[in-house]
Design a protein around this ligand. Structure first.
Ligand SMILES: Nc1ncnc2c1ncn2[C@@H]1O[C@H](COP(=O)(O)OP(=O)(O)OP(=O)(O)O)[C@@H](O)[C@H]1O
Ligand SMILES: [Mg+2]
Length: 327
């Protein structure tokens, strides 16, 4: 898959995989590639994939799109091409394997609404949410407390069901699934990192990571042990394998929760405020770890956050306010 390197002042800000055949670049939250700077137009440019070739197009921006120094309207892209959008320098990098297949759609929310009954009162937590998430995305859900972030993650994670609209995972509407099929989705396709970690207190770090693998019957004992060891190593916790949660710091517990979510090899990891209980430095380390796994293993991450510094690390930020996606 081709990718895009985004730099500002010679520093690499982001490396984004071009997971879809049509990606808009701009300031608006509907743009898949967001550049938050007032000098960038809301919908500034777009990259499309047509018959195996990528094209760059100006969407009528104020400050224009300059490809290798020349102002363009629409032009094909080849590997190494550099273009500028306001103060951002972008570089298009084609994949060596020439794999121009756009990534699959993993999650689709179609006009989703969610209401909770609270005594006689009805609380509308989400209204008319439509959203498409492709394989390989690293996406943040932002918004103030009560805006519906956890509710949306729970719906995508099949922990709860929408009141109206549908959620599709891998192209299949989850409302048509039996409880067994849903349990299977949760076990094999989805990984969940909860804000409060939800580790089992009587189990060691090793056993917590191993727990969901014991339920994956097809995973042999040897593979299971290798996996636990690998992911504890990935999150840097091998020396703490035999510690119980109450013998670990908050950041270490969060890392156990991430290792547990990853060990089953899910295609999607949903993380509800993975850094909320951590100091900034630890939080940044956790985010970096998630980003590395996203780039190295292609795992899709959807995480919620309040933290502006965490949002900056996302390839795409969806902002919720009062249960709706902000335009
Ligand atoms: N089980 C429930 N019963 C009734 N109302 C609920 C329930 N869960 C959530 N809500 C309401 O739905 C709305 C959205 O809540 P949600 O937890 O999704 O927000 P959030 O964006 O995750 O907030 P925070 O940043 O504080 O975690 C809130 O008004 C909340 O009070
Ligand atoms: Mg929440």
């Amino acid at each position: 898959m081709a990718s895009l390197l985004i730099r500002q002042d010679q520093q690499i800000l982001r490396n984004i995989r071009l997971y879809s055949a049509d990606l808009k670049i701009g300031r608006a939250s509907e743009c898949e590639i967001q550049l938050s700077d007032p000098g960038v137009s809301r919908k500034h440019a777009r990259i499309t994939l047509v018959d195996g070739l990528y094209y760059l197009e100006d969407l009528g921006s104020r400050s224009g799109v300059f490809l290798n120094g020349e102002k363009i309207q629409r032009a094909p892209l080849k590997s190494g091409d550099k273009f500028t959008i306001y103060h951002f320098q972008l570089e298009f990098v084609a994949d060596e394997e020439n794999d121009t297949e756009p990534a699959a759609v993993l999650v689709e929310a179609q006009a989703v609404g969610k209401e909770y009954a609270l005594g006689k009162q009805i609380v509308t937590a989400l209204r008319n949410i439509s959203l498409t998430i492709h394989k390989g995305e690293f996406m943040a859900l932002a918004g103030p407390s009560g805006s519906g972030k956890s509710t949306l993650l729970n719906l995508i994670g099949c922990i709860d069901t929408p009141t109206t609209g549908s959620i599709l995972i891998g192209g299949q509407d989850i409302s048509g699934k039996t409880p067994d099929e849903l349990a299977d989705l949760r076990l094999n396709t989805l990984g969940f990192v909860f804000q409060t970690f939800n580790l089992l207190p009587v189990l060691s770090a090793w056993e917590n990571v191993e727990y969901p693998l014991l339920q994956q019957r097809h995973v042999a004992k040897k593979t299971r042990q290798e996996r636990v060891q690998h992911y504890l190593n990935v999150v840097g916790l091998e020396p703490y394998a035999h510690h119980r949660p109450n013998e670990l710091s908050g950041g270490q517990r969060q890392r156990v929760a991430i290792a547990r979510a990853l060990a089953t090899r899910p295609s999607i990891v949903l993380a509800d405020e993975p850094t909320a209980n951590l100091d900034h430095k630890t939080g940044e380390g956790i985010l970096r770890l998630m980003k590395d796994l996203n780039q190295e293993e292609g795992t899709t991450f959807i995480f919620s956050t309040h933290d502006a510094r965490v949002m900056e690390m996302a390839d795409r930020v969806i902002e919720l306010a009062d249960g709706q996606i902000m335009e």
